[in-house]
Design a protein around this ligand. Structure first.
Ligand SMILES: [Zn+2]
Ligand SMILES: [Zn+2]
Length: 532
């Protein structure tokens, strides 16, 4: 590319932008990942663009849109199921295998970047996104097979079960049905919205008085929100007496707190759901983090083979496990944090196939592609200030046992290593895009529709091909070997060219589909004419 005349080089970025604008209406991925693919049938290597949405935590608008459509299909499929989903043992699918191989490649690239002293943040983010995909594809744990031995906590620290009615568990994931006098069977389901409590009066999405608004509580609630959702599901199942399935999304409220929309299969009395939400809480049994012990220049120092020491006394700080042991031994210890829902709970009965159900499904996927901070109006100084205060409150909150912020409170983070500085954790939860909530935005229970997103993708392909009377052969899973295309690979064409190529392919495919459709229509017509 450096051989090109300067004027051409300068024109390149413009061409790229034009290509992006051309590609968007075609739903073509505008941030494709180039991969090298060996076709073992022909022995040829080729460069193939994989849509960013197939691999990473997609943000490209085309992939985001497709992802949203798939999520809607997934939500619709499970909500009003009238038969038990068949759960088969988790054989790793080819999709998973591909993801795992791809992850290994990314890891290699990341390590290479690290050894060259380059910034690895992008690689880390990509790998993290892939781990989520792999987990979603149904594999347990992370690819490296690291499974930490589970800590046995003293009984006193167990989460108490809240005071709720408990029904006998029936081995079903389906809800009750009701038969009307004319013999029609109804299968009602629920749409539940749960919010966090108030942290102070809010006007137009911003605190009326930022000085008294409880930012610390807001920060801790956001950090532990997903645990509270887990508890709610446990309690819901206990009270409902069957294996309740759900499809839920976590969305931002204007005041920047996460809240939850949940499609629940089957039904309970509205009052009962409200009672469950009110009784649900989660205690965070972490070491205390309210008293600052090390701050500014006065920070623990690392010593190889020993760990972090108090800079004044030279004493070794308690490790994460030691700190938890101390907590267990202390009769008077209190949890670091206790999280509950607020009283704004909304429970709605929904019937399958009604416009109401469709509206809820659209609602569930509405904010999927936005980050928690996207509801922010950048021109509103009060909102900007509110977001900045929230980020500041999160800055020194420990986001996980491994968070460097523990040093500030005199505890060695889990897996402590040199170079950790409080206030400089690179965990997602601290980032302005996440505002404390680093969990997944879509939560789908295992027996919802018994299908992963990849299977839904495959379904759509099958559906289209079948509708057109085309054979849907299963491709040979071992046909291709994938490798990353190294940065600067001369065989990878400039992005603008690759995008325009995808657009051309899409146009060809659409024309082909239209042609097949016309043929199918023609055959049908002649068949009807013959029959007549
Ligand atoms: Zn994309
Ligand atoms: Zn952190």
């Amino acid at each position: 590319m450096t051989d090109l005349p300067r004027a051409v080089r300068q024109a390149m970025p413009l061409a790229r932008e034009v290509a992006v604008e051309v590609a968007k209406p075609y739903g073509v991925c505008i941030r494709p990942v180039p991969l090298k693919r060996l076709d073992t049938h022909t022995g040829r290597w080729e460069i193939v663009d994989v849509p960013c949405g197939a691999t990473l935590d997609a943000k490209c608008p085309s992939c985001a849109k497709r992802n949203r459509q798939l999520r809607r299909a997934q939500c619709r499929e499970g909500w009003h199921l009238d038969h038990e989903p068949a759960i088969t043992p988790d054989e790793p699918t080819d999709d998973q295998r591909w993801l795992v191989e791809f992850r290994a490649d990314l890891q290699a690239r990341r390590d290479q970047a690290a050894s060259l002293g380059q910034d690895t943040a992008d690689w880390d983010a990509a790998i993290e996104g892939l781990d989520v995909e792999i987990n979603e594809a149904g594999m347990r744990g992370n690819v490296l097979g690291r499974t930490a031995p589970k800590r046995t906590r003293s009984t006193k620290r167990r989460q108490d079960a809240p005071n709720l009615p408990k029904r006998r568990m029936a081995a079903t994931t389906l809800g009750r049905t009701f038969t009307s006098s004319d013999g029609k069977v109804y299968r009602p389901s629920l749409f539940v919205t749960l919010t966090l409590p108030s942290y102070g009066k809010v006007r137009d999405g911003v605190p009326a008085d930022p000085e008294t608004y409880d930012y610390r509580r807001a920060a801790r609630d956001a950090l532990h929100f997903s645990k509270l959702v887990d508890r709610f599901v446990q309690n819901l199942r206990r009270v409902a007496g069957y294996d309740v399935q759900y499809f839920a999304t976590v969305e931002p409220q204007k005041r920047l707190a996460p809240h939850l929309h949940m499609a629940v299969r089957g039904t309970l009395a509205r009052a009962e759901v409200k009672q469950i939400a009110a009784a649900t809480y989660h205690q965070v049994w972490w070491p205390p983090a309210d008293e600052v012990i090390f701050d500014g220049d006065h920070l623990p120092v690392w010593e190889d083979g020993v760990g972090y020491l108090d800079p004044d006394t030279g004493l070794v700080l308690p490790t994460w496990d030691e700190a938890l042991d101390q907590l267990d031994a202390d009769e008077a210890a209190k949890p670091l944090h206790m999280i509950r829902f607020g009283d704004q709970i909304d429970v709605k009965g929904v019937l399958a196939g009604t416009p109401d159900a469709d509206q809820c499904i659209r609602y569930l996927s509405k904010y999927l592609t936005k980050s928690l901070s996207d509801s922010l109006d950048p021109d509103n100084p009060a909102q900007r200030d509110h977001a900045a205060r929230m980020v500041e409150a999160l800055r020194f909150e420990p986001c996980s046992p491994a968070c460097p912020n523990w040093l500030r409170y005199g505890v060695q983070p889990k897996g402590a290593k040199p170079g950790m500085t409080p206030g400089r954790c690179c965990g997602k939860a601290h980032k302005p895009d996440h505002l404390g909530y680093a969990g997944r935005r879509v939560l789908v229970s295992r027996k919802w529709s018994n299908k992963t997103l990849a299977e839904h993708r495959q379904d759509r392909r099958t559906w289209v091909l079948e509708a057109l009377g085309q054979p849907n052969e299963t491709p040979d899973p071992h046909r291709y070997v994938w490798k990353p295309a190294p940065a600067g690979d001369a065989n990878v064409a400039p992005l603008a060219i690759r995008l325009l190529r995808s657009v051309a392919e899409r146009q060809r495919w659409r024309a082909h589909m239209a042609q097949l459709q016309a043929q199918a229509d023609g055959q049908e017509r002649s068949a009807t004419e013959k029959a007549a």
